[in-house]
Design a protein around this ligand. Structure first.
Ligand SMILES: C[S@@+](CC[C@H](N)C(=O)[O-])C[C@H]1O[C@@H](n2cnc3c(N)ncnc32)[C@H](O)[C@@H]1O
Length: 212
């Protein structure tokens, strides 16, 4: 949380504490991969939002080792499923192992390949989509995911703030990732099909509802 109201640990300990599995998963990422998973406070928000929406079929773009996938998987009902898309075979393999250890192996399918290719092989409708892969492709993910989302479904994305770079990314010489996320932000804010907001959790979590 960017501006916590008082003692941060008070809130973290009660609302987004990691259990042993998530703590070990975070440590494995730190040892073997870039530490680019969502923050725990965003994970707890994902679980809560997906449960509130009654999400049964979820799509994730950007798996890494499955950290956000575990927060998502724990929101699913017994017959729920998660399709998660990952470019790196090594990340996908690690994620499959962690989903098994989390007891989510039967619910989660890890698809290896470039997301924009894999998206063409998937069939909707999904109840929710979580976007967290290549930032330069965020506007393309939006175009490709909206037709896969059911009316009333949730579209959630991470890294809307990029630590301030998105709001600052005007003019020339801007970071291309921040510029693309800014295009994404402008579009979810202005698209009449969507009701959107950005929650100041982690690096900024956008939440959009596709109007029915
Ligand atoms: C920020 S990490 C995902 C973190 C994960 N959502 C979590 O919080 O645990 C982004 C992941 O997307 C993957 N990725 C990057 N470009 C991709 C692409 N074009 N298609 C699919 N995955 C991609 C990277 O290999 C990386 O594992």
């Amino acid at each position: 949380m960017t501006e916590p109201n008082g003692d941060t640990d008070f809130w973290a300990d009660r609302f987004w504490a990691e259990d042993e599995l998530l703590t070990a998963l975070r440590a494995d990422i730190a040892a073997r991969a870039p530490k680019i998973q969502i923050q725990a406070e965003a994970g707890a928000a994902l679980t809560t939002l997906l449960m509130a929406a009654g999400a049964r079929r979820v799509l994730e773009i950007g798996t890494l080792f499955g950290y956000s996938g575990v927060w998502i998987g724990r929101a699913l009902p017994a017959d729920g499923t998660l399709d998660t898309l990952e470019l790196s075979p090594a990340h996908a393999e690690a994620a499959r192992e962690w989903f098994e250890r989390a007891g989510l192996g039967s619910k989660v399918t890890v698809h290896v390949g470039a997301a924009l290719d894999t998206l063409g092989t998937l069939t909707g409708p999904y109840d929710a989509v979580f976007i967290d892969a290549d930032k330069t492709e965020y506007p393309d993910y939006l175009d490709r995911c909206l037709p896969l989302l059911r009316p009333g479904g949730l579209l959630i994305a991470d890294n809307l703030f990029r630590r301030g770079a998105v709001a600052a990314s005007t003019g020339e010489g801007v970071d291309e990732r921040a510029a693309a996320v800014r295009v994404f932000a402008e579009r979810i804010a202005g698209d009449p099909r969507l009701q959107s907001t950005v929650l100041p959790l982690g690096d900024g979590l956008s939440v959009s509802v596709l109007r029915g």
